[in-house]
Design a protein around this ligand. Structure first.
Ligand code: CO
Length: 134
């Protein structure tokens, strides 16, 4: 059912330092920071030949990654995103298999303007999984 790895999202305490590290130490193609007020994050997209890395930093009050950074002050992998062709079919299949879809179970429009949903990390070996319809 799942297709390509779309991105790995890493929450970082210092967006500028993390961007510089990927650009200067690792020689990656690093974009400019983009505020995503609807998602409570500022994102830096890093384009690799076979996937993307997204550096996430809290934006505004009540950001969904504030608690994560409190628990992981040095930063850490926040979620991984797999591509699916039909997100509603994927959600139904997962729910019937007992996996918990976060929120109200309905796909939302994600940071790339495509429908996404998140699966409970306790159902996926401690990893927050995002599915994005491509
Ligand atoms: Co994501």
């Amino acid at each position: 059912m799942i297709g390509r790895l779309n991105h790995v999202a890493i929450a970082v305490p210092d967006l500028e330092a993390a961007s510089a590290q990927y650009r200067d130490m690792l020689g990656a193609e690093v974009g400019a920071p983009q505020d995503e007020p609807d998602h409570g994050v500022t994102v830096v997209f890093i384009t690799l030949p076979n996937t993307k890395i997204e550096l996430l930093h809290p934006l505004g009050e009540g950001s969904p990654i504030t608690g994560f950074l409190e628990k992981n002050p040095a930063g850490g992998i926040h979620h991984i995103c797999y591509e699916v062709e039909d997100i509603r079919a994927a959600a139904e299949r997962l729910a019937s298999a007992g996996a918990r879809v976060l929120g109200n179970g309905e796909p939302k429009i994600g940071a790339h303007g495509k429908p996404v949903l998140f699966l409970h990390p306790k159902d996926f070996t401690g990893t927050l999984v995002e599915l994005e319809e491509i």
